[in-house]
Design a protein around this ligand. Structure first.
Ligand code: UGA
Length: 439
């Protein structure tokens, strides 16, 4: 058992703290936002993440997890401190590290014994070095341990990762972290299942820091790549979903993250691509690929909007959007393609009514109506556009949906539906890069 402090209990911090407590460590989460602190102390997670509330409650009851706003309580005597505070983007795309700096200063104020300080926040490449200097205490060593969890499957991703990356210039600090991760590395809580054991990468600080950016940039690149192929597939009458299946069978390519659609959103890909680009620029390196990945993604909104405007006049049209969250399993609207498409359609004179199983309201977009059910959203619509592939939508009776719409246009912007079934239900089906059976 290791005594661990987790500084910042936002999305990543809450998952990290709770998961570490669940594998046998003694964890204290530090949160200075009073509302969030009180909520977590009561076992209430202030965002949507499947299974997390239950696990927080269980660990609070076992007293392996607690939350405080006192650095003194959390840092004094801790063996390891994870920095999980936010790094919002600055105007030039590089992450703002003010919260990381403040947390590091507080740690240096309250440190009482040897401690490993771990960067979990996605910090700019080179941060580990200045953090060592900033903390300026021989008892502290910095380790970069990038996080790869996805919203919606965060607990599973933390407890059963593909790899654990530990970067430090102090071998002793890495050894401490290997002990922290031992239950995960050996999957002791699953009976040691060899198929679930992650890889372990021990490396230096800068390498670990760049791994995070390179991983996210590569995943976003796969999606933008297949979206560009989708555009070509549409033009030549091919089906991109079959192209993705076929190329994905090549183990050098791999089948995941080849889902063409309206493009990627969320708080990570855009921010990390911008940060990698900014780092490259600062070092005089021209990052051609990251620019192209973003440009394709931006264009994907117009590409989907054109699928509607090709069939109906947007001015005065009633359009239903199914899904607002940037992906299923989350209530997150950051960088959500739904809002960009809604803006485009609204600015073109359409009336837009959205429905999402989890997102009940959208602040700052008064002209976007949010309906309480998919039935209310599609009633009288000239076109329905599916933006988020929630399970609830996949079980919709398409004949009933077609019946309650005024028009028949059904744009499946996630290629989540069976085109023939939609056509049989009386809908005019349009996918992304899929040869339409009706055309
Ligand atoms: C992403 C990475 O997948 C995580 O490994 C990483 O830890 C995380 O960022 C982070 O940096 O914190 P996340 O943003 O939660 O995780 O979501 P993803 O599941 O990666 O999806 C991102 C976007 O890509 C979504 O809008 C999704 O709809 C879209 N997507 C995904 C596609 O358009 N096609 C696909 O084939 C897959």
């Amino acid at each position: 058992m290791t005594k661990i402090a987790v500084v910042g209990t936002g999305y990543v911090g809450a998952v990290v703290a709770t998961s570490l407590a669940s594998i046998g460590h003694q964890v204290v989460g530090v949160e200075i936002d009073r509302a969030r602190l009180e909520s977590l102390q009561a076992g209430i997670v202030p965002f949507h993440e499947p299974g997390l509330s239950e696990l927080v409650t269980a660990q609070l009851e076992k007293a392996s997890l607690s939350f405080t706003d006192s650095y003194e309580t959390a840092i004094g005597g801790a063996d390891v401190a994870f920095l999980c505070v936010g790094t919002p983007p600055s105007p030039d795309g590089s992450p703002d590290t003010t919260y990381v700096e403040n947390a590091a200063r507080s740690i240096s104020e309250w440190i009482t014994s040897p401690m490993v300080v771990v960067t979990k926040s996605t910090v700019p490449i080179g941060s580990g070095r200045w953090l060592n200097d900033l903390i300026a205490d021989d008892r502290a060593s910095v380790v970069s341990n990038p996080e790869f969890l996805r919203e919606g499957t965060a607990l599973n991703d933390f407890l059963h990762p593909d790899r654990v990356v530990l970067g430090s210039n102090d071998p002793g600090a890495i050894a401490t972290m290997v002990e922290v991760y031992r239950p995960i590395l050996e999957q002791t809580f699953t009976g040691g299942r060899p198929d679930l054991r992650p890889g372990l990468v021990r490396t230096n600080l800068e390498t670990a820091e760049i791994v995070k950016y390179a991983a996210n940039a590569f995943l976003a690149m796969k999606i933008s790549f297949i979206n560009e192929v989708a555009m070509i597939a549409d033009a030549v009458g091919a089906d991109v979903t079959e192209v993705a299946t076929a190329i994905g069978m090549d183990q050098r390519i791999g089948s995941s993250f080849l889902g063409a659609g309206i493009g990627w959103g969320g708080s990570c890909f855009g921010k990390d691509l911008a940060a990698l680009r900014a780092t490259a620029h600062r070092h005089g390196v021209e990052s051609l690929i990251t620019g192209a990945v973003v440009a394709v993604n931006d264009h994907q909104i117009d590409f989907v909007a054109e699928k509607v405007s090709k069939h109906i006049d947007l001015a005065g049209a009633e359009i239903a959007l199914l899904g607002l969250a940037f992906k299923p399993g989350t209530d997150d609207l950051r960088d959500a393609p739904s809002l960009k498409l809604a803006r485009h359609l609204l600015d073109s004179g359409a009336t837009v009514t959205a429905y999402d199983p989890v997102v009940g309201a959208v602040s700052g977009m008064d002209d976007l109506k949010v309906a309480p059910s998919w039935r209310d959203a599609v009633a009288g619509a000239d076109a329905t556009v599916v933006i988020t592939e929630w399970d609830e939508f996949l079980s919709i009776n398409l004949a009933a949906l077609a019946e309650s719409m005024d028009g028949a246009l059904f744009v499946d912007a996630r290629n989540a539906f069976d085109a023939a079934a939609a056509t049989d239900a009386g809908l005019s089906y349009v996918g992304v890069g899929r040869a339409a059976p009706t055309s």
